[in-house]
Write a protein that binds this ligand. Structure first.
Ligand code: GLA
Length: 383
């Protein structure tokens, strides 16, 4: 499936379901976050990479809204003004509403969505969908939005319309990704810095779908907001938790309720790790980068409590088998582990990790690799 581009799949699905050729076609990548987890809604840095796997949206002018996808192959009528249905189509409705708010929505559209990204694997299939849809539907409306405008539309679709209280990492990398680079995104300043990364990253899926992620993520976000409010009683100048430094953690431990202290510790240490990781990557120091990934995973496991046993096992196995490092990537509570391994031994290491996983859990884990790829783009309709 990965061999056929999502743009080609979307076009042929469109032709089968709606007949003819789409008027607009765009695609956007999923992402793997190297490090900087749960920092984006706390004003800290993130270091994501755009995947080679993408989601494509093919659309044509219509009076009504009809959508179909390779995920469920049904044709559904969506109401842009009607209530959301707790289905994947809500993301499209959210995009259409947000485009309308900026005068960049078509009156209606027939839409076919195709993806070769796994869903619920923590690889941001939702931002790939919203960013690709924002691009395709705005093109259909005759508008060319900038990558920053696409990020805004996609972020508001997910955050304000669908109601997942995410940060802006996923939409930002889906719109701004560039081949051969990781993106250091300082979320408070909005600054983007590209860090060359020519190597290969391995993805090991836990097979645990993070369906509940909206709930868990929203809960962590509430905890972070509560922690920030308490920190402000003592440090009124603080705008985000990520402004605290490791030297503040003793005071945090004295002043905050015990259940909030590890959450703050994760944000503060992860912020420092992410900046150090970007420097290590820029210097080509993969050993140091790998160590930071493992420390980041430990922090997620112990302090943020967002890992699952399958992910902990994969990380331990990867390190034991000789990887530079590994960590659970994305929101967590399931999803996938990213593994960084020495190029000359990576195939063997990942085969061993796959075997260890099967021996332990009695089922196979999906294992695949990617290089840093490009962000959203208009696609020419294949013939
Ligand atoms: C999800 C959210 C992101 C980010 C990560 C955790 O992917 O969409 O904004 O918060 O979780 O780092």
């Amino acid at each position: 499936m990965n061999r056929i581009s999502s743009a080609r799949l979307a076009t042929s699905l469109f032709a089968t379901v709606f007949s003819g050729r789409p008027h607009a076609l765009a695609s956007a990548p999923g992402r793997v976050n190297l490090i900087g987890e749960h920092t984006d809604y706390n004003g800290g840095p993130v270091l994501p990479v755009a995947l080679e796997r993408r989601t494509a949206v093919a659309a044509s002018h219509a009076d009504d809204w009809l959508v179909t996808s390779t995920m469920d192959r049904k044709v559904r009528a969506i109401g842009v003004g009607a209530p959301l249905r707790k289905a994947w189509t809500d993301y499209l409705v959210g995009v259409a509403r947000e485009l309308r708010a900026v005068g960049a929505a078509p009156a209606g559209a027939h839409v076919a969505v195709a993806s070769n990204l796994p869903i619920g694997a923590g690889l941001s299939s939702s931002a790939a969908l919203t960013v690709a849809a924002a691009k395709a539907l705005s093109l259909l409306a005759g508008r060319r939005l900038t990558p920053a405008q696409l990020v805004d539309v996609a972020y508001r679709a997910e955050h304000d319309q669908v109601g997942v209280r995410c940060g802006r990492m996923d939409q930002t990398i889906a719109a701004h990704g560039e081949r051969g680079t990781a993106l250091l995104f300082e979320t408070a300043a909005g600054a983007l810095q590209r860090v060359p990364f020519a190597g290969r990253l391995w993805i090991v899926e836990t097979g645990v779908s993070h369906k509940l992620v909206g709930g868990e993520l929203n809960q962590r976000r509430r905890e972070c907001e509560a922690a920030l409010a308490l920190c402000r009683e003592w440090r009124p100048d603080i705008g985000h938790l990520a402004e605290l430094v490791p030297g503040d953690l003793d005071a945090v431990a004295r002043r905050l309720p015990p259940e909030l202290v590890p959450r703050v510790r994760h944000i503060v240490t992860e912020t420092a790790r992410t900046r150090e990781a970007a420097a290590a990557l820029a210097q080509g120091d993969l050993t140091r980068l790998g160590r930071l990934l493992v420390e980041g995973h430990e922090s997620l496991r112990v302090d943020y409590q967002s890992t699952v046993p399958e992910a902990d096992f994969i990380v331990a196995s990867a390190v034991e088998r000789g990887a530079y490092g590994a960590r659970l990537t994305g929101a967590g509570w399931g999803g996938a582990v990213v593994v960084l391994a020495p190029a000359e031994r990576e195939a063997r290491i990942l085969a061993e990790v796959g075997r260890d996983f099967r021996d332990r859990f009695g089922r196979a884990a999906e294992v695949w690799s990617t290089r840093a790829s490009s962000g959203v783009r208009r696609e020419s309709v294949p013939v």
